[in-house]
Design a protein around this ligand. Sequence first.
Ligand code: TRP
Ligand code: SF4
Length: 399
Amino acid sequence: MSDERILSGMRPTGALHIGHYHGALKNWVRLQRDYRCFYFVADWHALTTHYEDPSVMAASVWDMLIDWFAAGLDPEQSTVFIQSRVPEHAELFLLLAMSAPLGWLERVPTYKDQIEKLKDKDLATYGFLGYPLMQAADILIYRARWVPVGEDQVPHVEMTREVARRFNHLFGREPGFEDKVAAALKKLGGKSARQLEDLRRQWQQAGAAAAVEHGRTLLAGASIPKDDRERLRGWLEGSSRSILLEPEARLTETPKLPGLDGAKMSKSYGNAVLMREEPRALGEKLRKMTTDPARVRRSDPGEPERCPVWQLHKVYSNADTQAWVQQGCRSAAIGCLDCKQPVIDAMLAEQAPWRERAQPFLDRPQSLREIVDAGCDRARAVADETLRDVREAMGLAYR
Ligand code: TRP
Ligand code: SF4
């Protein structure tokens, strides 16, 4: 178990489909054993583009959370919470906004894209421009080391790194740091001061870990004021204090699951297979799914590479079944309904435990609320720690 933190979020979209599971959730579940994971419902993010229909928010949030736990997120291992229930995110967002260059936000690739794509919505808003900075606050407030995301989100994580670096540069140093270090070195005395300078050089130029250790020991034993000791320790270890941690995107390589019509799976296209489909509906949907368009009659040979059902076999079937599909399709030895059956069976088997884990929450919605309440409390405690350092660094610790 690593001490490093992982953070990721998802906009509340209601009941999830299997594309969400294979594209993100499966990975989240895997990570929770090895890291301290924080997963949250990005409800404020949803408002940046959907501020006009607040009525669906609550149901979307709870339905999505049920699917998270159904997929295997374990509230004992992961901290699962809702963004708006940890208002500290908003305070950090505000404080970061003070020094965030406007150009960074305008240059985020999704900005102009999305405005273009969602033309029917008025996105010439302050909130929409600012949302990548809100995302930066989401990440930085937990001092997360890794952010598991898809490719489209990588520019946001990159910008988050720049925001953290800029913040540390601006606020991670006390005023007059260099002069104070010089004065502290003088107090330390000639020989020790020269030795410390030497150890610092070995550490910062050659990365000699023994040198930095030696330097710390030297400082621990020195009879100088505590402030000077702290200052010199910062100087030894790398000058400015890092208040915010620079995160890294952790790309999940994910199979692209096609929708029932062969296009990208998306709830809004109406081509999705939900994580918890009625078993009968699941079979019906799959049997109607688009296949190789060249295969009009049962006797026409087909080509799996042109068929979205084959993409599902790549995720759901073993090598034997895959070989059976390839041969049977190209020789017209099997029909498309035959071909789809193993996928239907595998999906039903995959969904059974999800359904089972979801049931207690459906029976007793209150139990879901309680688990999420506890997650929000845990998240707030961590967020509060970071925020205290940030306030202090920005000169706000007098209240
Ligand atoms: N912007 C992400 C999305 O639209 C969701 C998100 C918000 C997020 N904050 C985050 C993802 C922080 C990772 C980390 O999918
Ligand atoms: Fe697609 Fe299978 Fe039909 Fe071939 S047999 S076209 S792979 S559904």
